[in-house]
Design a protein. Structure first.
Length: 135
């Protein structure tokens, strides 16, 4: 039995970046060259993005390491090309600082982390017992 398949390539839509507005099909290029669209709003553009984290202790630690990496430029392992574009770092790309404070982190604790490993109804009931103070 033969199968007829039609394939069509959909061209990417142009996205607007920076001030004055410039369009690019690739968001990496737009952010790197002219920054985010919010720059056109002047003082309404946030110069700081605050990030809050919720999770078990180990996950919070890993998230902080990852956010720290996003602050710096990240080179690509391949020669630069449209497919492989180096990341310039958060502040350079978004024209804002990424703020991560210990006071905005919530350790959900080992008990909740343990409960979330369960499946279905058992997960629901275990989390419910935690909320009431039992394990």
């Amino acid at each position: 039995m033969a199968l007829d398949i039609d394939i069509a390539e959909v061209s990417p839509l142009p996205l607007e970046f920076g001030e004055p507005a410039v369009t690019f099909a690739d968001p990496r290029t737009g952010l790197t060259l002219v920054g985010p669209l919010s720059l056109r709003f002047g003082v309404a553009h946030k110069n700081q993005v605050r990030v809050g984290l919720v999770g078990p202790p180990e996950m919070l630690k890993l998230a902080c390491v990852w956010f720290d990496r996003t602050q710096r430029p990240l080179p690509v392992a391949h020669p630069e090309s449209p497919m492989y574009v180096a990341y310039p770092g958060f502040e350079s790309a978004f024209r804002s600082q990424l703020a991560l404070s210990r006071s905005w982190q919530l350790d959900i604790g080992e008990d909740l982390a343990y409960a979330l490993l369960k499946q279905g109804r058992e997960r629901f009931e275990t989390v419910g017992r935690l909320r009431r103070g039992g394990r």
